[in-house]
Design a protein around this ligand. Sequence first.
Ligand code: NAD
Length: 490
Amino acid sequence: MKLPKAPRDFSMLINGRHVPGTGSMIERVSPAHDVPVSRIPDGQPADVDAAVAAAREAFDKGPWPWTSGGERAAILTKVAQAVREHSDELAMLETLETGKPLTQSHAEMEWTAGLWEHAAALCRQLYGDSCNTLGASTLGVTLRDPIGVTALITPWNFPLLIISQKLPFALAAGCTCVIKPSELTSATTLILADLIEEAGVPAGVVNVVTGRGETVGSRLAEHDDIDMVSFTGSTGVGKDIVRASAGNLKKVALECGGKNPLIICDDADLEGALDAARLGAYFNMGECCNSSSRILIQEGVADRFVQMFTEAAAKMPVGDPLDESTKLGAIISGRQADTIMNYVQKGREEGATVALGGERIETSTGCFIQTTVLDHVTPESCVAREEIFGPVLSVIRFKTVEEAIEIANSTHYGLSAGIYTRDYDTVIHAARRLRAGTVWINTWLQGHAEQSFGGFKQSGLGRELGRNAVEEYTEAKSVVFQTGARVSWW
Ligand code: NAD
């Protein structure tokens, strides 16, 4: 697989035109190969203002909010098709910018296309409500109006997948959008925007402003002409966005961090649990909001399971993401690698034992960390409560299922949780008591466009996907019809 000889230059998309922006360029170097991959404009507040003005005009005066569901469905279906047709190019760029295995990037392109198809199907399903019980001369109807101009702010770990959890549903509702991808991984979002325009979305409906969070992102969050901001990223930045949004009380939807517990009971199918836990801990190098970063293991099987897990995890190939056999690629940046290694050190200081890994991997290029297991972690310690966002699993032991549920619910997060057990009563009890947006029973990391996705507590606000994915981007409007002569108020 050939690495690029020179970085590919990208421009922003504002009002249907490719524009270089008013700032300088940001270069992205492949975190696995140290090779320059792409250059994007370092967007400035003036670029955000231009993009918001274009999206505002496209919403207030343009045809898009008034196109039929059928027309929108046809366009979104074309985008899904275009993603499939460009999947080699998109997957390669995704891997070069993120460091994730190329085989995984290819799979993500198929999920992405599926999300556009799900949104296309929902375009024709945006029903409001009606009320026929208001008396003989009154009829009530509730319309779902598009909320307006939306800002969509995304992180670096699943760039194309995460924008596709938002954008097609906003478009299906009739909204217009200004997208701000992560400054580390903007390339595939910019290509997607071109594919959307080619599919027939009018100029100004989809705009992309690249650049940094503290300039582009914060300007979007505070902007008076934006009606809704949908953000995926860290809980800390999510709180900044809530504060910045107060100026015009825009709607805020947040998909934030997690410290997701997978409970494994004495009676569990240990082989199945092992497979789920390996995927949960190391998928996307652990840089995954839904990572099973905490294993809660019952004492009867704890030693056996930790031994099985460390043996299996030690065999997982870490290295060049372009190599087909690689399961874990590079860490996104040197800064993130430092954060991960600091957590490993903190875990040691807090009394955990490093049962596997715990070191950087020395390579001629790039930034790689061993699959790591911290055992005998206590529920109060930092490595049990904070999101590490790397290939580091914290193992916590418990005696009773009640105790496990209490530990599972004891962090500020509530994105996902899971349990492995063969006991029917325990399954139902845990599914009801675990405070998380997704609860997996005898599985992990199965996501479906048909089911809602989001977090309890500080893992987020609102829900993406599922039956109501388009409704998230609408406002309810009550319309009252009076028939016949009006009875005078006077
Ligand atoms: P981040 O919060 O640092 O950045 C996310 C996006 O926000 C980026 O585009 C960034 O440039 C922008 N941003 C930064 N500061 C901003 C500000 N002040 N105002 C507006 N925008 C700003 O997150 P990250 O490091 O890119 O991604 C990792 C985090 O994302 C993890 O916490 C992870 O759990 C979370 N995440 C959550 C989900 C989910 O669906 N719940 C999915 C993926 C990632």
